[in-house]
Design a protein around this ligand. Sequence first.
Ligand code: PEP
Ligand code: MG
Length: 532
Amino acid sequence: MAEIHLTGRPASPGLAIGAVTVLTAAVAKRTPTGDPAQEAVVLKAAIEGATTEIAELVGAVDGDVADILQFQVAMLEDDALAEGAYDAISAGVAADHAWRSALDAEISGYRSAEDEYFRARAADMVDIRDRVLARLSGVDTVAKITGGSIVACDDISPSIFLAADWTRGGAITLGAGSPSSHVAMLARARGVPMVVGLGPLSWNGPPPALALVDGDAGTVIFDPEPGTQRLFEHRMAVANAARAAADVGRTEPACTADGRRIAVLINIAAPEDLAGLDPAICDGIGLVRTEFLFETSHGLPDEDTQYAVYRRILEWAKARPVTIRTLDAGGDKPIAGLTAEGESNPFLGLRGIRLSLARPEVFRVQLRALLRAAVHGPLKIMLPMIAIPSEFDRAAVMLDTEFSALRAQGIACARPPLGIMVEVPAAALRAEYFGAAFYSIGSNDLTQYTMAAARDVGAVADLNDTGDPAVLALIARTVEVGRKRGVEVSLCGDAAADTHLTTALLATGLTNLSVSPIAVARLKTAIAGIRS
Ligand code: PEP
Ligand code: MG
């Protein structure tokens, strides 16, 4: 078989080699047997197969992800779930149609439930529906991602990514997708090489068995010849040695060639991202994205659960500053039961602080948990998607109110500084009008809103460029306002880790950059080579 060379866009750096797992969301055409008894047998087998498949995954993950999968197993084991489908099959409906209609009815029931907990279960029901449909149609749809797999598919959701085990390597190759999507961001944070925009992944004959992925160049070779594979393995060995050498300097403070000290902080999504990390590699945590805590939780996480997570993070940092961002749901980060459905343009909709202010009962719980955690270290609270000063003012009033309430109850708490993300051009253009204690530039969103080029659309990825003078001008303006007001300005979007942009970013006057832990060593090396 001839090797297949494909070129796409680099979305997460690194080289990987491994067996290919093809995932497809397409439900293949299935020919019904025409016999209701036979259709019922087929459905029963598909449900049992899906149950075993999920039960096997439970053993490979832990925490909230395992809880979600266990809930799915329990649902599939409950005979009542498929009753409606079996009734329809008896009336002559094909197994896949019967299952889909029965589950769609369940899903809409969950979506419109009064109770938050049940609304949040809707996404699990969608997963269950699709897993069984996949088995019915003979398509291996959902996460059969074993350690070290090179996943090949059109696109992949953050939940599938999070459910998979990447500790044994692996990579992602997508026909569609974008380097600025959240799944790409997750891949970079976990060090999983990823290439997007490869075009339709279709095979003449059986799918490929092996792939070589170059996440730096954005290329993939499926079914390589032995010579190609040997060459690639040699490159991987050289790259690993270079990474190990850079890692040695990871705990040194970052300084430019002419002695300018640059603070390098880290971005994380969950305490698990800190496992095995030495806090000495960074000057603190510049961004904790709390939405992933909400996304993998059963229902919304309560105050004690959130407090425990925030406290763990602060304790890890050992007195280094930690900036925790309040929930930034919405946009391309929907959370079942919380974010609005059916928005025509979710990036311009009810996301970030807008959603938190619209759902004060949810926001208050997070603010209380943060105020309580603040006694365990130098916490800063950051508000996402701020566009106008009154959003900041309203959030500040809520924070003060909860602080007073906790104190009145005799609960240990502290009032941390409250700052804003500068990721909406309106906030950059009027930064001086916000009473923020600090600014952190969200270059991912600031770029997409300034350039009118969505961060998750591959076709406009060229326009989605933080190095564009228009975006750099907004960054420089924010840095200048911070200097005049005497408040800290940092940048925590993915541009901070793009070493092609480091010179341009430092030229704006920035002295604080926050990147995923995997990018720290590379960024420090790049900074050391810059003379301003
Ligand atoms: C950003 O927009 O740059 C940012 C850091 O926030 P997120 O990527 O989570 O939207
Ligand atoms: Mg953002």
